[in-house]
Design a protein around this ligand. Structure first.
Ligand code: AHM
Ligand code: MG
Length: 335
């Protein structure tokens, strides 16, 4: 079978949007290029001086790793160069980066939210890490300075979202709202090639992923659900297997392929949840729902939350639809 590269696939898919002028395609292509450059550095992290801490702290008060900084720079460079993006919200910057005031990008139609290197505490340990991106369209296209209302859109307004997993192989998985497709980087030709067309998450699974070290800090319905996962019941394939990498992209990638559930609930330490809505939860929720799964934050669909700030946190339960529904039943006291 002939290889289909990400670039070829994106051009082919442009036909799904008859009025599109190719800007979104170029934006996705730019992200693919940033991913390849980041992949090169992640792969040699153990060799180069790039390993270790940069000494700076990001706005979450975490010490930034050098690779976080590097990945962030790569995304900003790729997105500013293309001219299609007018605003970048990055985990690594307290304030968004407004490109609409730059001449080159003042007609940019798209807003990009990005976690340039998620799970970066795992880098020194040779555990998989990832990049996550989410793309929105600007509401006005008049070259004016962008407002915060335009940036803070709910997840159901995303026009595209994706992640890159730097794992035993490197993959880019994305959606434009018409299904989910996965591409594996072939290092011999330096191209992402279509390897997982039209990805679907199984309706149920037998793996649950949660940081059980936080058990005592969880709300009661989550504690009860975890116990339910551990109970012996061959008819429903229980006890489930527990897997938690601590790298959301890697945990979600497994969940997407094998089915299962990932939970990062509200805790006594993080009453709103720990993970970030704009560049962690929303893009992954969009992908999982496009693949037939489900994502909730409390009683609400994650994708319907109206954001109020760039670095807002949220709880999330995401994965196979029937497993997420079981958590909802626990929340409603039906178990
Ligand atoms: P980061 O953006 O600082 O890397 O944090 C996000 C990561 C996710 O990848 C992962 O799911 C989660 O934090 C793990 O958190 P914890 O160590 O609290 O279980
Ligand atoms: Mg992150």
């Amino acid at each position: 079978m002939a290889l289909k590269t990400l670039g070829q696939f994106i051009i082919e898919k442009q036909a799904d949007f008859p009025y599109a002028k190719g800007e979104l395609s170029r934006l996705l292509r730019d992200i693919g290029i940033a991913a390849k450059v980041i992949n090169r550095e992640v792969n040699k992290a153990g060799l180069a001086d790039i390993l270790g801490e940069s000494g700076e702290q990001n706005i979450q008060g975490e010490v930034q790793k050098k690779l976080d900084v590097y990945a962030d720079e790569q995304f900003i460079e790729a997105l500013s160069r293309g001219g299609e993006c007018c605003y970048i919200a990055s985990e690594e910057h307290e304030d968004g980066i407004d490109l609409s005031v730059n001449l080159g990008c003042k007609n940019g139609k798209y807003i990009v939210c990005v976690d340039p290197l998620d799970g970066s505490s795992n880098i020194d340990l040779n555990v998989s890490v990832g990049s996550i991106f989410s793309i929105y369209r600007r509401s006005v296209q008049d070259g004016s300075e962008i407002s915060m209302e335009e940036v803070l859109q709910s997840g159901d307004k995303q026009v595209a979202a994706g992640y890159i997993i730097y794992g035993s192989s490197t993959m880019l998985v994305y959606t434009t709202g018409k299904g989910v497709n996965g591409f594996t980087l072939d290092p011999s030709i330096g191209e992402f090639c279509l390897s997982h067309p039209d990805m679907k998450i199984p309706d149920t699974g037998n793996i649950y992923a949660v940081n059980e070290g936080n058990y005592l800090k969880f709300p009661q319905y989550i504690k009860d659900y975890i116990k339910y996962c551990q109970v012996e019941d061959p008819a429903s394939n229980r006890p489930y297997t527990s897997r938690y990498i601590g790298s959301m992209v890697a945990d979600l990638h497994r969940t997407l392929i094998t089915g299962g559930i990932f939970l990062y609930p509200e805790t006594s330490q993080y009453p709103q949840g720990k993970l970030r809505l704009l560049y962690e939860c929303n893009p992954l929720a969009f992908i999982v729902e496009q693949a037939g799964g489900k994502a909730i934050s409390g009683r609400q669909s994650t994708l319907t939350i109206q954001p109020t700030s760039l670095h807002q946190r949220t709880s999330i339960v995401i994965g196979s639809v029937r497993m997420v529904e079981t958590v909802e039943a626990f929340m409603d006291g039906f178990y």
